[in-house]
Design a protein around this ligand. Sequence first.
Ligand code: GRF
Length: 192
Amino acid sequence: MVTKKIAVLFSGSGSNLEAILEKLHGKIFGDIKIEVVLTLTNKPNALGIQKAEKYGLTSVVIDHKAFVSREEFDAKVVEVIKKSGAELTVLAGFMRVLTPVFCEQIKAINLHPSLLPLFKGAHAIDESFASDMQVGGVSVHLVSAELDGGKIIAQEAFAREGKTRDEWEAKIHEIEHEILPRTIVKILKGEI
Ligand code: GRF
């Protein structure tokens, strides 16, 4: 049995962090056991902090406002991740643009609420809903220095079927909570 350590970075409500903790933390998948060794946020009031507490995890808060440049913030985050021993870092609603300081040192994946390469950026749910596309979806991709631009490693689509804006968003989150944990397991098992 090999223990695989992961770090989860978040900025907001942390529903994807919670899905990861519920489905993966301390769980065994064949010959690997997964441990979330670090939960980290850039927002001192992120609701995800309380979600991590339920699993006995005290989150590290690194407030980006305390740094003069993106690079300095990234360097601090990299230092903490390296110290944690995590081999994979998961961005689960981590709303920061990352520089090469991070991307060149940390193996990371990001969750994005659209079918990339469409609707990059922070307004993907609204923009995809407002489009005339008959499908919406969710992507998981490797993190690169280009915002929402790294190699796509998992995707799932759903049909519009007259969904309201709320139903559209709810469907996205429902898929996110499945696709992200599933993809993490595949990576840690060497299947991706
Ligand atoms: C998700 O929709 C994710 O795709 C986006 O930010 C949101 C995070 O939600 N990048 P939560 O904080 O995990 O609830």
